[in-house]
Design a protein around this ligand. Structure first.
Ligand code: NAD
Length: 416
């Protein structure tokens, strides 16, 4: 169980169901997904060989609105992982009071091994395979690990060509020129920033004097690193899939971002002052705020006792297992859960969707103001339940999210 993400997602439901005395019928319902589509994606490769990839799209719950969730391209993607990620999206949308449900998708592929032409063919064929279960009223994909605005543009185009009209609202995280939103690219990092700032205020400490360690230096890790660096925080260590860099006086994040945005790995960065460390060493580095922003199952019962920070801010989805959660709680480490901490991404995706449907676009100031308002409201809701019940922040966030789903379920009833 410990490392199967969907088993973890179900265990988290059990924990919250027990804490809040949830109706067993609703618990049963929440532990199932509404639907999953598995598609084979045959691609004629540049060398003339045929390769067949497997792709997934899962809807966990659409009881509060159309499905919403990212699409990841990675070699270890599997159905249970996508089911878990879809489930977490249901809670995230509910916690933020967005009129959306939980969905997720993925293709089991290493995109770094594909040419641009192969990647485009893969994306377009996958989109065609899932075309009947996506759309502005059904399920709206977005970027996730190893997918980006260009991939969203190909999805939008494929969907639109099939429908015979432009449908920008079918995906979010698109380029601005075709209906994307300003501020979407930085949104998850910006959301993490608002949340950690609010948490520091609660703990009466200054954000700028915190030391920071970040795992993952892509969209999420890169943006939060940059925002905290600009704020004056010392970023002691960062990592990507190749390994990490450490410097007790703090890393020069602007230079590292330039390096990785050119497609380089952190381990190849040449600076004598920086020590090369592994991802597991990074996670146990002493700091004030640890930000896992890569993939799930990074903080487990194996390393939870060695975690040496005051706050964990979950940039990634599912980086901490329930066993680790218990150990961290006993150690007095505050874990700001993924469904709150990294919800900035889905929040601005929602703004993009609204702007596409209305065909009226907002400026960055409005985006960031609305993002902050929604996230801080959710943060305050969670903090209140956390203080009242003396439970983990994650359980507090789940109680709020699950209560709203349960209410919607109750109001709608079971068809027929
Ligand atoms: P990304 O592809 O832009 O970056 C991922 C980073 O993690 C890269 O630096 C990569 O090298 C590193 N990485 C990948 N596998 C690793 C491993 N095994 N060990 C260590 N590092 C590894 O992806 P992203 O969009 O930044 O997403 C990161 C996480 O944040 C995921 O869990 C994703 O679901 C979550 N998330 C993303 C968004 C978003 O808007 N992009 C929103 C909410 C949550």
């Amino acid at each position: 169980m410990e490392l199967n993400p969907f088993e973890i997602a179900k265990k988290q439901i059990d924990i919250v169901a027990k804490e809040m005395g949830l109706d067993p019928n609703i618990t049963k319902y929440l532990k199932r997904i509404e639907r999953a589509l598995i598609v084979s994606i045959p691609i004629m490769m540049d060398d003339g060989s045929l390769q067949i990839f497997e792709g997934y799209r899962v809807h966990h719950s659409t009881v509060r609105g159309p499905g919403k969730g990212g699409l990841r391209f990675a070699p270890n993607v599997n159905l249970d992982e996508v089911k878990a990620l879809a489930t977490w999206m249901t809670w995230k949308c509910s916690l933020l009071k967005l009129p959306l449900g939980g969905a997720k998708g993925g293709i089991c592929v290493n995109p770094r091994e594909l040419s641009r032409k192969e990647l485009e063919k893969l994306t377009r064929r996958f989109t065609t395979g899932i075309i009947n279960i996506i759309g502005p009223d059904i399920d709206i994909p977005a970027p996730d690990v190893n997918t980006n605005a260009q991939i969203m543009a190909w999805i939008m185009d494929t969907y639109s060509m099939n429908k015979g009209r432009s449908v920008p609202g079918v995906v979010t995280g698109k380029p601005i020129e075709i209906g994307g939103s300003v501020g979407r690219n930085s949104a998850t990092g910006m959301g993490l920033y608002f949340v950690i700032d609010a948490m520091c205020e609660k703990l009466s400490c200054k954000l700028e004097s915190q030391t920071i360690v970040i795992q993952g230096f892509g969209n999420v890790g890169g943006w939060i690193a940059s925002l905290l660096y600009e704020r004056g925080c010392k970023i002691l260590a960062v990592s990507d899939i190749s390994g990490g860099l450490y410097h007790s006086e703090g890393l020069q994040i602007d230079k590292l971002l330039e390096w990785t945005r050119e497609g380089n790995y952190l381990k190849d960065y040449d600076d004598d002052r920086y020590k090369l460390i592994t991802n597991s060493e990074l996670l146990t580095t002493e700091c004030d705020v640890l930000i896992p922003a890569a993939i799930e199952n990074q903080i487990t019962k194996e390393n939870a006792n060695d975690i040496n920070c005051k706050i964990i801010l979950e940039g990634a989805n599912g980086p901490t297992t329930p066993d680790a959660d218990r150990i961290l709680f006993d150690k007095g480490i505050h874990v700001i859960p993924d469904i709150l901490a990294n919800a900035g991404g889905v929040c601005v995706s929602y703004f993009e969707y609204v702007q596409d449907i209305r065909a009226y676009f907002w400026d960055l100031d409005r985006i960031n103001k609305e993002l902050k308002r929604i996230l801080i409201e959710a943060f305050e809701d969670v903090y209140k339940v956390y203080e009242e019940r003396k439970i983990q922040l994650r359980t507090a966030a789940y109680i709020i999210a699950v209560s709203r789903i349960a209410k919607a379920f109750d109001l709608r009833g079971i068809f027929p």
